[in-house]
Design a protein around this ligand. Structure first.
Ligand code: UD1
Length: 339
């Protein structure tokens, strides 16, 4: 049974929600994070949501000496690996920074795991590995190809973990390919806190709702979709976090490496999201149509069947919950974590 889990990047958006779910399932959590894109106060908020303790260590997973010490200190049963840079545009400008950090962290982590006989890992991958899909919904056998360095770091980390799994007796790994995670914990204590002006749709809408940004720029209304705007599979971050627990249960009982989509299987357009947000929150979201954003695709949504069949997981929260919880987080934390 998995009793103690090392969570890398546990102070981030998805990591923090996963720490909450782990603690609520009575799993001990060792959280490591270099706080390069997150705040120390997240840890206290996780504790106040759950009423439980977790161990936090500020470190970068590429630092083998420090990471090794963590494996010395605790009796770790499994690892959930979130730590990594994640801004697509920045990865195009600074590819070496992305490859160096995101690949070194995966390799260093696997080396430390091997040294300490830890052979179970859940990896935070992305539907971005499907590149431009030939067909939707996408299942796990769809072709993989990436369109930016961030995506390639996910693709390459997946490959590194697959190869490690083959070479390591009794190893088990799940590579979770997330679609578009949004929303926040219902407590309003943890949520997404992007640096500067948000790139992603829902954080941007939240800042329009808060009056910080004047209007939403809708990137393209001439795609081959029902209303011409881009279609995505938005998934509530709490559903996503729960998927990691199911993945842990699976790797505890099974060997080998599997990739699994985490999505709802439903696609919503940008304008669907705007309408849902207005309805859920009672706030008008002004928008203007802009040209397409370079690198965007028309439509992406998951075939989530494998997650259900293999892990017994499916998304339960709808777009209304996603918008309402994101708005609640924004209202309760106008400046995010703020420090
Ligand atoms: C983006 C990343 C993807 C990453 C994911 C994390 C790109 C090209 N892809 O996905 O690799 O895994 O975030 O959640 O950045 N939109 C607007 N106006 C905005 C922002 C977005 O119209 O201000 C539209 C986009 O054109 C798209 C949809 O909203 O159709 C969703 O965009 P976004 O939230 O940025 O996610 P993705 O581009 O799907």
């Amino acid at each position: 049974m998995v009793k103690t889990v090392l969570v890398t990047g546990g102070a981030g958006f998805i990591g923090s929600h996963t720490c909450v779910e782990l603690l609520e399932s009575n799993i001990s959590v060792i959280c490591v994070d270099d706080l390069s894109n997150s705040k120390q106060s997240v840890v206290d908020r996780i504790k106040s949501i759950t009423g439980k303790e977790l161990s936090f260590h500020k470190l970068n997973v590429c630092d083998e000496t420090q990471l090794d010490r963590i494996f010395e200190m605790y009796d770790i049963d499994a690892v959930i690996h979130f730590a990594g840079y994640k801004a697509v545009g920045q990865s195009v400008e600074k590819p070496l920074m992305y490859y160096q950090n995101n690949l070194n962290s995966t390799i260093t982590l696997l080396k430390c795991m091997a040294k300490h006989n830890v052979n179970r890992i859940v990896f935070s991958s992305s539907a971005t590995v499907y590149g431009v899909p030939k067909v939707v919904p996408m299942n796990e056998t769809a072709d993989t190809w990436c369109t930016n360095p961030y995506g390639w770091t996910k693709y390459m980390s997946e490959q590194i973990i697959k190869d490690w799994c083959v070479a390591t007796p009794n190893a088990s790994a799940i590579l979770l390919r997330y679609f578009n995670p949004i929303g926040a914990h219902f407590s309003g204590l943890i949520g997404e806190d992007p640096n500067g002006i948000p790139n992603n749709l829902l954080p941007y809408i939240c800042q329009v709702a808060a009056g910080k940004l004047e209007y939403l720029r809708v990137f393209g209304d001439d795609y081959d979709t029902a209303d011409g705007t881009g279609v995505r599979d938005y998934i509530h971050v709490v559903d996503l976090a729960k998927g990691h627990l199911k993945a842990l249960e699976y790797i505890d009982a099974n060997k080998g490496c599997q990739c699994v989509n985490l999505g709802t299987g439903k696609g919503y357009s940008v304008l669907d999201v705007v309408k849902a947000y207005q309805t859920a929150c009672g706030i008008d979201i002004p928008y203007r149509i802009y040209p397409r954003r370079s690198g965007d695709i028309a439509t992406s949504y998951a075939d989530p069947k494998k997650a259900y069949e293999l892990l017994g997981w499916k998304a339960e929260r709808d777009l209304n919950d996603m918008c309402a919880s994101a708005y609640n987080w924004q209202k309760m934390n106008p400046n995010g974590y703020g420090d």
